[in-house]
Design a protein around this ligand. Structure first.
Ligand code: ZN
Length: 469
């Protein structure tokens, strides 16, 4: 018979930071990982962190994945490469998005290893990619997808289920019931928590009470502009730019944000608030991800479901042109007519967006529309700061285009959302641990939760342990 030990959770990623989500649950003789995301930071540091696990991957019995953003799934193939043999549990939409995201990530790993090897000093060993396409294939074979609200058992000992987190297609709040020494213990992991009223997705479901709540806190202290204001703001930007004969350039993360922008453009055209504008999405990854959205209407909110009945091609080719090849992408720069051009990547550091910015930001007719967080030291941040000129591909380019910043597209809960989603749990949660957020945001959420009556709230360091008994 299995000896019952005190259940414990160790925070191995997204501790005091927003990347590399990974928490180890040890209970009933099992070791289960919640998420296995990529740590993203400086290139060498990221490689080091992602290539070394603080445990033996072959000792992990299962992984439960909250959603398909790369900081939650990106290191799964490394885990497999180092001996993990599965299973990996997630929702069906997460599984499909994961296939697209990890294939793209493997390509980036191969390019990164190539870059590091070029700078290798004499005598230093060759850097291997963290993983390659083959590891992604092996990872996908281990996936067992489970719909929302269906309880499943991990090795007959730990019960688990997914609830809609409203953050990304297929995103889930994970709820676990584990055997304890005196009684069963429950753990709720929010994954990334969405917002009320976001288009396409349903609102987050009520967060289940638990002995331990592991909550994200990305924007625990911030208030986002209301979703309802975004459409009109977007229409204004397009009118203004097109009246000048210019183009609207939108750097966007391929997964989530791009589909939200397409949804808004469709709404504006339907409501005749803007004319039928040419929309080009220049990102093969965004195109592949959008295809997955089309496959999962079971994840849509009521409004989008209705919209799809009347406009089945909402995410298709009738409104939006997708470019695949690099040649096609480059030809866009010769096309001088007004358009909305959405391209990866989000922080303007790499990907096709870089050459579109290079060709377009020098023209005052154009607009750069920033819809996501731009980290310090990135090209995106320098554009947000409206520097008179910015360095792109070793050239200084004057920044004459209009720069518009719209923060309302975020798919993370803000302070008000947290108050609404977590507030009702006061007195029904014994311990709260805040992850996936910078210190100032965590402190703001901690203060709010304490004021609401949560007694035990902490912001763990990497490697900290919480025990449940
Ligand atoms: Zn996310």
């Amino acid at each position: 018979m299995q000896k019952i030990t005190t259940p414990r959770v160790t925070f191995w990623g997204a501790a005091h930071t927003v990347t590399g989500s990974m928490h180890l649950v040890e209970a009933a003789g099992l070791r289960v990982l919640l998420d296995c995301g990529s740590f993203q930071g400086k290139r060498f540091e990221s490689y080091e962190r992602n290539s070394r696990f603080p445990f033996a991957p072959r000792d992990i019995d299962a992984v439960v994945v909250s959603h398909a953003h790369i900081d939650h799934i990106g290191n799964l193939p490394t885990l497999v490469n180092h001996g993990f043999q599965g299973p990996i549990y997630c929702t069906p939409a997460t599984r499909d998005l994961m296939a697209v995201m990890l294939a793209d990530s493997a390509k980036i790993q191969e390019e990164d290893a190539h870059f590091l090897n070029k700078r290798r000093r004499l005598g230093e060993p060759k850097v291997q990619p963290l993983y390659e396409r083959g590891h992604v294939m092996r990872t996908l074979k281990l996936v067992e997808s489970v719909p929302y609200h269906r309880t499943f058992k991990i090795a007959h000992r730990i019960a688990a289920s997914f609830l809609d987190a409203g953050h990304l297609l297929g995103s889930a709040i994970v709820h676990l019931t584990v055997p304890g020494t005196t009684r069963e213990q429950t753990i709720t992991f929010t994954g990334d928590l969405g917002r009320k009223g976001l288009p396409i997705l349903r609102d987050p479901e009520p967060v289940p009470a638990a002995d331990l709540l592991i909550s994200e806190c990305t924007y625990g202290g911030r208030t986002h502009p209301e979703v309802g204001m975004l459409a009109d703001e977007l229409a204004d930007v397009i009118h203004r730019t097109f009246a000048r004969g210019g183009r609207v350039i939108v750097p966007a993360f391929s997964l989530g944000r791009t589909q939200t922008v397409i949804w808004f453009l469709h709404q504006l055209i339907e409501a005749k608030k803007i004319g039928t504008v040419p929309v080009v999405v220049d990102s093969p990854l965004a195109m592949a991800a959008t295809e997955v959205f089309r496959l999962h209407p079971e994840c849509f909110d009521e409004e989008t479901s209705k919209l799809l009945e009347n406009a089945p091609d909402l995410f298709g080719q009738s409104l939006v042109r997708y470019t695949r090849s690099v040649e096609e992408s480059k030809r866009l720069n010769d096309m001088k007519t007004p358009c909305v051009l959405i391209a990866a990547s989000g922080m303007c550091e790499s990907g096709r967006i870089v050459h579109h910015l290079k060709y377009n930001i020098g023209d005052p007719k154009n607009t750069v529309l920033i819809i996501g967080f731009q980290a310090p030291e990135t090209l995106g941040r320098r554009i947000v700061e409206r520097r008179p000129e910015v360095r792109i591909h070793d050239h200084m380019v004057p920044l004459k285009a209009e720069v518009v910043i719209m923060n309302g597209f975020s798919s993370h809960a803000d302070r008000g959302d947290f108050e609404m989603f977590l507030g009702p749990l006061a007195g029904r949660v014994r311990k709260v641990r805040l992850v996936h957020g910078e210190a100032d945001q965590a402190a703001a959420l901690e203060a709010m939760l304490r004021a609401k009556g949560f007694a035990d709230v902490a912001y763990p360091n990497r490697g900290d342990v919480v025990e449940l008994d």
